[in-house]
Design a protein around this ligand. Structure first.
Ligand SMILES: *[C@@H]1O[C@H](CO)[C@@H](O)[C@H](O)[C@H]1NC(C)=O
Ligand SMILES: *[C@@H]1O[C@H](CO)[C@@H](O)[C@H](O)[C@H]1NC(C)=O
Ligand SMILES: *[C@@H]1O[C@H](CO)[C@@H](O)[C@H](O)[C@H]1NC(C)=O
Ligand SMILES: *[C@@H]1O[C@H](CO)[C@@H](O)[C@H](O)[C@H]1NC(C)=O
Ligand SMILES: *[C@@H]1O[C@H](CO)[C@@H](O)[C@H](O)[C@H]1NC(C)=O
Ligand SMILES: *[C@@H]1O[C@H](CO)[C@@H](O)[C@H](O)[C@H]1NC(C)=O
Ligand SMILES: *[C@@H]1O[C@H](CO)[C@@H](O)[C@H](O)[C@H]1NC(C)=O
Ligand SMILES: *[C@@H]1O[C@H](CO)[C@@H](O)[C@H](O)[C@H]1NC(C)=O
Length: 905
């Protein structure tokens, strides 16, 4: 069998490029423009064969122990040198001397332990120096003294026990100093005063065992805008001390995540009163108690992160003072223990009244018992409210539930996963600015009358997917005619039969999701008028019956008129038939998913109007053949095609065109070798479609042409043969005539005086008596007529050939007296006839007159004398009459024939 062999060759071929890549990459850097990437090459030496004009050299993840300056000298244009993830333990000062333009030096994850004053002495142009994850435990003297341009210095993950990086003022341009994950216990002013001229945007001290802030430690820094102390075990009292130390600094961003701040009081942040703090991160603190007025010291705060805490009770004064907060994250901020009702978190009414600038509030994933009537009072700038999974159970939303948001210009309200079971009339009527309403993943079970959405004058999107059971009526959405997106996935719709359709008023709808509903019944007017619809999801329903030809009343063409549809999903509907005209209005369709249906045969031209289709999914159907007349037009612009898992019939007729197309196409087809498998015929079962050998069918297209050409040639040949067979004499005869004419033989008729005889009579010897008897009387009757009769006019009756020729030449006409005898007469057959015809051709065919004494069939005449009746004009063919009374008529005819001019043809 040839398939397995092919398969092996195929797998070898597939490995080949792979091998080339491994071989070439095992010691070759990739150079693109002026960047050389030599990472992950197990290098032990700096490559010396790179273009010398490179500006970036990446040597990460190798086995380098040194960066010898001499070996890098040739790359003097380098601005970035990345030597991370090696085993470099020593750095020579000449390195920077040889690389004067170096701006970024990365030596993270190496084995540097000692930095001397000389190490970076010449690195004056450095802006970034990464020394993270080395073993630097102590820094003596001033190794960074010359780094006047340094912006970022990363010394995290070393063993440093002090923040001291120098003994004198330096690093005046430093913006980020990263010292996280070291062993710093104390922040001392004398260990930070080398930063006296710097203004640090970020001082990263996270994950250090800090236990003490010595007085003035932050004041010795020129300016400090950002400080991170995440993962330091500060607790409430040390936090309070920290804030006091930060008093009167320029601190703006303070990250105190995971510092075991389990409670705050009205003194915790007291020290921050004299600052302009805008960002405070208190997440992951197990914060349980927020004392009243804790935040009154933070009037400039704009961003407050309180997610992942354990707050038991938010009182009306917990958030007092946060007048400028715009963003508040309370995701998982509240206590989770639900053993008893008493331990549930409590949010008092008016808790948020202080946050009059708040725009964004995230309260997702909490365990709050319910919404109180004045819970959100005072949030007069709130635009985004995420209440996803915020409440234990909301059950029924009434016209009072969101009353506390009546003065909020809320745009987005997320109510997913709150066990909502019913929406009462006017539930959102106080949210007139709302644009997006997410009610997904609840337990809503009701008929939508349309009153639920009353007052949502600006609504743009309603997400209702994943609810228990919704029933739609004609009025379900009449109160929200501006709606553009409506999501109704898996809401137990079953059928949409109201008339007019529930969607009839939604003229602006662009996205409609009706998937996963098991809908079996819709009518062809359901989507009528939705002219702006761009995305329609109908997957996982039960619409197969609607497209059957056997459907009573014919197929239901529910897609008609959707002229702006871009994406159509009809996956998993049990379709086994597609009406040919079903997609005809969908001119702008870009993606169609018909996967997981039972389609076998698609009607030709079903996709003829989908000229802009980019993505076609037909996976897991029952398609056996991919035919040119169905798919060629639609495949043209495709960028994505999925026809995997179909039972392909790997024969020339079914699949050859497809395989050829795949080989040429630039369309993205994934898993071609594993998910496109032949099912039939038996001997190909289980083999990848792409291995199907089209060579035997390859000529099937040229073959057709060849066949046609061949047949035509054959037919023409047969025609010519038949023509020659039956009419060949005529052709050759006229050809002769033509040749003679063209070669310029003149018509000789005009000079009749040159003819001695009126006619030369050719006849069989045995007919001489008849000739004598019948032609001499004519001569007597008309003096101008003179026949050449061999017996009479030839001297001594000798039949010399030359005499014959000259006599024929001297005769104006030639009369053949045709009888059975003539056909047999050898001299006539061979010579006279030939010569006569020759002359006739030279003169005119009119010059020959045939006189039949007997009835001779044409074929016999032709066979014996190579003459046919068809060569001559009818008035030159005479028949000797049987009846005596017609002899006069015969004579008359003969006279006419003799008298006729020898004319051109
Ligand atoms: C530096 O170059 C020398 C000679 O060119 C070579 O022997 C040495 O191994 C190189 N060292 C490194 C670390 O590349
Ligand atoms: C860098 O050198 C390579 C050859 O070594 C050359 O092809 C390229 O044009 C050079 N680039 C510049 C910007 O000079
Ligand atoms: C060097 O390569 C590593 C790994 O490919 C990459 O993570 C790193 O960002 C690169 N460094 C530079 C400066 O591009
Ligand atoms: C620093 O870089 C500039 C160009 O940006 C260069 O002119 C100067 O020589 C470099 N400094 C040193 C000490 O090499
Ligand atoms: C803090 O609150 C206590 C009462 O709980 C009060 O006595 C004290 O004056 C408050 N301190 C400040 C600085 O407001
Ligand atoms: C806070 O900002 C104001 C005005 O922007 C400024 O005058 C004041 O000095 C700042 N306070 C501190 C402690 O930096
Ligand atoms: C809520 O609806 C009830 C009737 O169902 C009505 O009496 C009440 O006034 C409504 N409340 C508001 C705030 O509209
Ligand atoms: C609502 O919140 C859930 C959970 O965070 C999220 O998945 C969903 O996208 C949100 N909905 C909207 C409309 O933002």
């Amino acid at each position: 069998m040839k398939q397995p062999l092919l398969y092996h060759i195929y797998s070898l071929l597939r490995l080949l490029p792979l091998c080339i890549v491994c071989v070439s990459s095992s010691n070759k850097c990739i150079v693109t423009h002026e960047v050389a990437d030599c990472s992950h090459l197990k290098l032990t030496q700096v490559p010396d064969d790179l273009p010398t004009n490179i500006t970036v050299l990446n040597l990460t993840h190798n086995q380098l122990r040194k960066l010898p300056p001499a070996n890098l000298t040739i790359y003097s244009k380098l601005t970035v040198l990345d030597g991370g993830f090696n085993s470099i333990s020593k750095l020579e000062p000449e390195l920077c001397q040889n690389l004067p333009l170096l701006k970024i030096l990365n030596l993270q994850h190496n084995e540097l332990s000692h930095l001397s004053d000389k190490t970076f002495m010449f690195c004056v142009n450095l802006t970034e120096l990464h020394l993270m994850s080395n073993s630097i435990q102590k820094i003596q003297n001033n190794p960074f003294r010359n780094q006047k341009n340094l912006i970022k210095l990363d010394l995290s993950h070393n063993g440093l026990s002090s923040t001291q990086l120098g003994t004198e003022l330096q690093l005046e341009n430093l913006q980020e100093l990263l010292l996280s994950n070291n062993k710093i216990h104390v922040l001392r002013s004398e260990e930070l005063d080398f930063l006296g001229n710097s203004s640090l945007q970020k001082l990263e001290l996270s994950s250090n065992p800090i236990k003490e802030f010595s007085p003035g430690c932050f004041h010795v820094i020129g300016k400090l805008f950002g400080l991170s102390l995440n993962n330091a075990q500060l607790g409430p009292s040390l936090t309070e001390k920290l804030c006091l130390e930060l008093s009167n600094t320029s601190i703006q961003n303070l990250s105190l995540s995971n510092i075991q701040l389990y409670r705050t009081s009205n003194t915790t942040f007291l020290g921050l009163k004299q600052t302009n703090l805008t960002m405070l991160d208190l997440s992951h603190n197990n914060l349980n108690v927020i004392g009243n007025d804790s935040f009154v010291w933070l009037p400039h705060l704009e961003y407050l992160f309180l997610e992942y805490n354990n707050i038991a009770h938010l009182s009306s004064r917990s958030l007092n003072g946060l007048f400028n907060v715009k963003y508040l994250n309370l995701k998982r901020s509240f206590t989770k223990q639900t053993t008893s009702l008493a331990s549930l978190p409590k949010i008092d009414d008016f808790s948020f009244q202080w946050l009059r600038c708040l725009e964004y509030l995230n309260m997702e994933d909490n365990n709050i018992p319910g919404i109180k009537s004045s819970m959100f009072n005072g949030l007069i700038n709130l635009k985004y409210l995420n209440l996803s999974n915020t409440f234990i159970s909301l059950q029924t939303l009434t016209n009072e539930t969101f009353l506390s948001l009546v003065h909020s210009p809320l745009r987005v309200l997320n109510l997913t996963r709150n066990k909502i079971s019913k929406l009462e009339s006017g539930a959102f009527s106080c949210l007139g600015y709302l644009e997006v309403l997410d009610l997904g993943l609840n337990e809503i079970e009701q008929e939508l009358t349309g009153q639920e959405w009353r007052g949502l004058g600006n609504i743009f999107e309603i997400y209702l997917s994943y609810n228990k059971y919704l029933q739609l009526t004609s009025n379900s959405f009449v109160s929200v005619p501006g709606l553009q997106r409506l999501m109704l996935r898996r809401v137990g719709l079953k059928s949409i039969e109201s008339s007019p359709s529930p969607f009839h008023s939604l003229h602006n709808l662009t996205i409609l999701d009706l998937s996963n509903n098991n809908i079996a019944n819709i009518d062809d007017a359901m989507l009528e008028g939705l002219e702006k619809l761009e995305i329609l999801d109908l997957q996982h329903n039960n619409l197969a019956r609607l497209w059957k030809h056997a459907n009573p009343g014919g197929p239901v063409l529910f897609l008609k008129g959707l002229s702006h549809l871009h994406i159509l999903n009809l996956e998993s509907n049990g379709f086994d038939e597609i009406p040919v005209e079903v997609f005809k209005d969908l001119f702008e369709l870009k993606s169609i998913n018909l996967g997981l249906n039972n389609l076998n045969i698609l009607p030709p031209s079903v996709f003829d109007h989908q000229m802009s289709l980019k993505s076609l999914n037909l996976q897991k159907n029952l398609i056996t053949s991919v035919e040119k007349n169905v798919f060629e037009p639609v495949f043209q612009n495709l960028t994505y095609l999925d026809m995997s898992f179909n039972p392909f019939d790997c024969t020339c007729e079914s699949i050859a065109w497809f395989v050829n197309w795949i080989n040429k196409a630039r369309t993205n087809i994934s898993e071609l070798s594993s998910h496109y498998i032949c099912n039939t015929p038996h001997q190909s079962h289980g083999f990848p479609v792409m291995l199907f050998d089209t060579a035997p069918c390859k000529d099937s297209a040229p073959f057709e042409l060849l066949f046609m050409v061949n047949t035509s040639i054959l037919l023409i040949f047969i025609f010519i043969v038949l023509l020659i067979h039956f009419e060949g004499w005529r052709i050759s005869f006229y050809w002769n005539v033509l040749v003679h004419r063209v070669l310029g033989f003149k018509e000789v008729d005009g000079q009749s005086e040159q003819f001695e005889y009126t006619a030369y009579i050719i006849h069989a010897y045995r007919d001489r008596d008849w000739v004598w008897e019948n032609f001499s009387p004519l001569e007597e009757k008309d003096q101008s007529v003179k026949f050449c009769l061999e017996e009479r006019d030839f001297e001594a009756g000798v039949l010399g050939l030359e005499a014959i020729v000259s006599s024929i030449k001297r005769s104006r006409k030639i009369i053949f007296v045709i009888t059975q005898h003539l056909l047999k007469d050898p001299l006539c057959k061979r010579f006279k006839v030939h010569h006569a015809v020759q002359q006739a051709i030279e003169q005119s065919l009119d010059s020959i007159i045939l006189v039949f004494l007997e009835d001779i069939p044409d074929y016999k005449l032709n066979h014996a004398l190579c003459l046919r009746r068809g060569m001559f004009k009818s008035h030159c063919i005479l028949t000797w009459p049987v009846q005596k009374e017609r002899i006069n008529a015969f004579h008359h005819k003969l006279q006419v024939a003799l008298g006729s001019r020898n004319s051109a043809y």
